[in-house]
Design a protein around this ligand. Structure first.
Ligand SMILES: [Fe+2]
Ligand SMILES: [Fe+2]
Length: 266
């Protein structure tokens, strides 16, 4: 079976290119399961209930997030609406699983593809150069004890390539893929580890590349030149959809292929 993972969707430009290019990519590659990181989907900062549902409508099965998850505070109510409501769309919007106990929302999702294949998605956040959260390695161990699906995709939302790749080796043979998000730059290091786990340290942003990781470059430059606070606005030009395509056994969950995709505006 085929899994498509779309990297951090950034603002309206990111949403627009998902709208424009995702259906044909899903068709062209016979995709069975589509996952996307949506932490920057609302103007670059966070995600709203309406945007989450728009993305589900566009054919994304599960949305992961990361450090920007709470930027739009209304998302807390949406996440809470999934409590005791396993079938709700809101249950398919994840925050990192290694956040402190009692944090709203869920860090993993188990479901079935339209073809009936059981799968799971786990969202984790790194600790190097990021907020102090629980140990993502041990939290993954714990979650894997209770997950029965063989096809398991992990979004490792982290700054350091070393931490992301280490999680890949740590979970080798236990999950289908460990894909990095957060740095917004696609890395050319995709590989299938011998144990059948696909890894890539960053899938790359789905958004405007005439920018500094999605934000208007002039605003970021000002910040570096002056250290003064200022408003960050999403950029608009050179929009690309970055994603990673994984081939895996539906019965075994073992990855057999991994491929980077970069689609531009047509
Ligand atoms: Fe991001
Ligand atoms: Fe992030």
């Amino acid at each position: 079976m085929r899994i498509l993972f779309v990297g951090d969707i950034f603002g309206r430009p990111g949403r627009n290119i998902v709208h424009e290019r995702l259906p044909e990519l899903q068709k062209q590659h016979a995709v069975d399961l589509t996952i996307a990181n949506g932490e920057n989907a609302a103007g670059g900062f966070g995600i709203t209930a309406q945007i989450a549902e728009e993305l589900f409508e566009l054919g994304i099965d599960v949305i992961t997030t990361g450090n920007h998850v709470w930027d739009k505070r209304e998302i807390i109510d949406y996440m809470n609406s999934a409590n005791g409501n396993e079938a709700s769309l809101a249950r398919r919007l994840l925050r990192p699983a290694n956040y402190p106990a009692g944090t709203p929302g869920f860090g993993w999702y188990e479901g079935r593809t339209r073809g009936g294949v059981p799968y799971a998605v786990i969202d984790l956040q790194g600790r190097v150069f990021m907020a102090a959260n629980d140990d993502p390695f041990r939290v993954a161990d714990k979650l894997l004890e209770s997950i029965s699906a063989k096809v398991i995709v992990v979004d490792m939302h982290a700054e350091a390539t070393s931490e992301k790749l280490s999680l890949g080796w740590y979970l080798e043979g236990r999950v289908t893929a460990v894909l990095g998000t957060h740095t917004h730059v696609p890395t050319a290091d995709e590989q299938v580890l011998p144990g059948g786990t696909a890894v890539q340290t960053d899938v790359g942003m789905t958004g405007p590349y005439d920018s500094v990781i999605g934000v208007q470059k002039e605003l970021i430059l000002q910040r570096f030149l002056t250290n003064m606070p200022g408003r960050f606005e999403p950029a608009t030009n050179d929009v690309r959809l970055c994603a990673t395509l994984i081939d895996c056994g539906a019965d075994t969950g073992r990855a057999t292929g991994v491929q980077r995709i970069m689609a531009r505006e047509s």
